[in-house]
Design a protein around this ligand. Sequence first.
Ligand code: HEC
Ligand code: HEC
Ligand code: HEC
Ligand code: HEC
Ligand code: HEC
Length: 367
Amino acid sequence: MTVQKALVILTLILVLAVPVRAAFVTFAPESLATVSQKWSESGHADRESLSFTYWDDDDPPVIPIGCAKCHSNYAFLDFLGEIGDTPGEVDREPLVGSVVSCTTCHNPTAHTMTQVMFPSGAEVTALGTEATCLICHQGTRAGADVDEAIAGLDVDTVSEDLSFINVHYAIAAATQWGGDTKGGYEYEGRSYVGFYEHVSGYTTCVECHDAHSLQVNPQDCTPCHYGVVDREDFIDIRVDRTDYDGDGDTEKGIAAEIATLQTALLQAIYEYAVQVVEEPIFYSPDSFPYFFALDPDDDPGPGDVHFGNRYMSWTPRLLRAAYNYQFSRKDGGNYTHNPRYVLQLLYDSLEDLGERVPVDLDPLTRP
Ligand code: HEC
Ligand code: HEC
Ligand code: HEC
Ligand code: HEC
Ligand code: HEC
């Protein structure tokens, strides 16, 4: 047998292995014990996490209505209409002390739900078992919130009425639906890619993520993405050979293209703040509200980064760029959830800031 023939046969075996494996999983349900064990080790079950303890010391210890559906099992069931009065609203006082539990995702409403509304007001339809994931992983804001805040203001004039608008965390669904649900700040006159289909069989949240452990199994990807052996390899996956960041390297992962544009955008944000606003700005990824009135050249330490130092000299142009930058930072899986949507947002924010500060767009390609 020639090497070529052997390779063709090997490829066929690998490709066939995908549906065979999927069929095996469908016909051999996991035991309750296995499912429960996986769930108990996941972030959804982590009772100590800030996501589920943040309001414990409040007096009284209840979660604000606007925050509750994603941070409490009781409030989620209330939102679905399983308890309380109005579906789509949280009617009862959301108590602290719950996590994302079995009943969050396994109840009559969750099992039959096929559509979910996003913060932009856009509704996505024809959903399957992944519908619940979309409710909590859609973020809390949309590009339209930025437009509303900056309406009627001069684009380069500081306004006291503006403050940072944060899309929130783990926003995978907002990334995946892209221009269909408009989670990013979309510039006028530009078009944006919508839902990222990826490939049949690996399109929905739970086709890639185990619904209980939440992990993605690298071996599922190996047949098509050669060299993916463990979790660290996800960020090296590359199919699209366009050199978006213009560095001549199209072998590195698509995640690295996104990273270069992120670095360039943050640099442009810093330049704009100094040159146009004349008030330096500093980004700290782990501290709310993320943008601070500090000079990055002074190398700010943790002690400088606090709410009292939050940035308050926003212009509309700065705010929309910062919103998109944060959007690109708060989904650590964006390179696999919808790489081209994120690249478009970063490119357009760079171009917009480039009207006032030097930005070299020539080497870059907009998807
Ligand atoms: C009721 C809200 C809610 C629902 C429904 C929900 N999540 Fe989450 N998810 C969260 C919260 C909150 C966290 C953060 C947990 C933490 O901080 O420990 C999280 C964390 C995660 C993580 C990060 C990994 C980890 O272990 O922390 C992944 C991946 C994830 N969810 C995927 C999903 C998928 C897939 C679905 C649907 C099957 C889903 N989520 C449904 C609220 C939700
Ligand atoms: C649409 C669902 C949703 C809503 C509404 C929501 N959150 Fe969250 N929040 C999440 C998810 C998902 C995470 C998990 C992020 C992660 O761990 O990666 C999270 C994480 C957090 C965290 C932990 C951040 C950290 O650093 O670990 C805090 C604090 C928080 N949210 C506060 C709030 C507040 C305050 C509100 C209301 C103003 C709110 N959330 C509304 C989905 C939501
Ligand atoms: C974040 C949402 C979520 C949570 C929390 C959750 N499940 Fe599931 N569960 C799902 C989804 C989605 C599926 C279907 C998976 C699929 O379509 O591949 C599922 C499937 C199952 C199945 C069928 C398994 C199989 O292999 O066919 C069982 C049994 C199950 N869940 C039990 C539980 C139990 C028990 C808990 C709590 C310990 C739990 N689930 C928590 C979302 C969830
Ligand atoms: C059946 C083949 C197949 C499987 C299995 C598969 N993918 Fe893909 N993947 C593709 C194709 C085809 C593309 C290109 C899609 C496009 O550009 O629209 C792609 C694109 C990607 C990209 C973006 C790469 C780029 O350059 O734009 C990432 C990241 C990715 N896949 C991750 C995964 C992960 C993680 C898994 C495993 C859970 C997986 N894929 C499983 C076929 C597959
Ligand atoms: C093509 C496969 C694929 C699909 C579809 C997919 N994810 Fe992911 N997701 C990944 C991979 C790969 C990672 C990175 C995981 C890692 O590093 O272990 C990830 C990461 C995440 C994270 C963690 C992000 C962080 O900041 O660390 C969350 C939360 C998440 N996904 C939720 C979802 C939800 C919700 C959906 C559906 C709206 C979804 N994912 C659809 C492959 C996928």
